[in-house]
Design a protein around this ligand. Structure first.
Ligand SMILES: NC(=O)c1ccc[n+]([C@@H]2O[C@H](COP(=O)([O-])OP(=O)(O)OC[C@H]3O[C@@H](n4cnc5c(N)ncnc54)[C@H](OP(=O)(O)O)[C@@H]3O)[C@@H](O)[C@H]2O)c1
Length: 303
């Protein structure tokens, strides 16, 4: 049975703990931490977890003494990803595997993290970093054989596209943003979503993972949404592979018949092209912390 260290007990962390207690997979939590506290025990019960989630400040931070197999990173994304990269390196060097929903490390330090993974022979799985619960990497790993990916087009940011779609149907920017917050799909601070940075981080991870590149966020151009955004406009990631590799993360004006336009404002979607086999389209009607936690749990089970 895999022993888990869960770093970050916000929306996704709480949902993950709930799923583990409900479905009892071959994994158990032996340590949890957030900014305010740390709990650790090889025999941690659901009640211990509940108490920690309610009052983390009662569990002072200190050395981690309990042994574990998988470090699960559900922390707030840092601005430049350095702290994530250093954490993963240290964890892998001490024999731990990594599962992450936090995209900042991979978007800024992909080459260093993958080099550490190769040299330590410890895996890092990151399904939830792109489009939360939409299964992109695991679907390709498990269902598309060895066919090379030639193209990707996707809705990978919910908040920005929700606001764009609501504005296209007559809402003001402010009321659309307020509705996104009320539905719980937007983070308190939407800056990264609106500036396009969140989408761009995902574009980098997609370019690296699906097309074998070594991109960094600092090396790509991206754009976000504006208050007067165009009608039929959606914030997409579009990647073309091959000799003329290109990657775009920004608002694109779509034809009226584009399937992305007829999806619900809360949808995530991806169209993936392959060499030698038909393309695959996947979509999800809603993506929230529970869906993200389910992708994290699938990665844990795979490890
Ligand atoms: N929400 C989603 O649907 C979704 C989808 C895909 C990816 N993600 C990514 O998943 C991660 C978690 O998202 P979330 O919605 O759960 O965020 P959240 O609700 O804001 O929770 C973040 C958690 O990280 C903890 N934290 C921050 N810095 C830390 C540090 N240095 N050490 C230990 N803990 C630290 C916070 O501690 P305190 O509780 O003490 O503040 C909090 O518990 C983020 O990186 C996010 O971008 C989220």
């Amino acid at each position: 049975m895999k022993r888990l260290f869960i770093a970050g007990t916000g929306n996704v962390g709480r949902n993950l703990v709930g799923l583990i207690n409900e479905y009892k997979p071959d994994a158990r939590v032996v340590a949890m931490e957030n900014r305010r506290g740390l709990i650790q025990s090889p025999h941690m019960t659901a009640t211990d977890q509940e108490m920690f989630l309610l009052h983390p400040e009662r569990y002072p931070k200190g050395e981690v003494e309990v042994d574990y197999d998988v470090y699960v990173d559900l922390r707030t994304a840092s601005l430049n990803g350095r702290i994530e990269m250093e954490t993963y390196r240290q964890q892998m060097e001490s024999g731990k595997s990594i599962v992450t929903a936090n995209k900042s490390g991979l978007a800024n330090y992909w080459p260093e993290i993958m080099a550490a993974s190769r040299s330590t022979e410890k895996p890092i799985l990151y399904e939830a970093t792109v489009a939360g619960g939409l299964p992109i990497f695991s679907m390709i790993r498990h269902s598309a054989g060895y066919f090379p990916v030639t193209s990707f087009r996707g809705i990978v940011n919910l908040t920005a596209n929700f606001i764009l779609k609501k504005m296209a149907s007559g809402s003001s920017f402010e009321s659309a943003a307020m509705e996104a917050t009320k539905l719980g799909i937007a983070e308190t601070n939407m800056d990264d979503d609106l500036s396009g940075k969140d989408s761009a981080r995902k574009a980098v991870i997609l370019g690296n993972s699906l097309f074998g590149k070594n991109l960094r966020l600092s090396g790509i151009d991206f754009s976000g949404i504006r208050r007067d955004s165009i009608s039929n406009g959606m914030l997409l990631v579009i990647i073309e592979g091959g000799d003329h590799f290109s990657l775009r993360s920004g608002v694109v004006e779509l034809n009226d018949s584009d399937p992305f336009l007829s999806m619900k404002p809360t949808a995530m979607a991806a169209e993936i092209g392959f060499m030698g086999r038909a393309g695959i389209s996947i979509s999800e009607v809603f993506d929230g912390p529970l869906e993200t936690a389910s992708a994290v749990l699938s990665d844990i089970i795979e490890i």
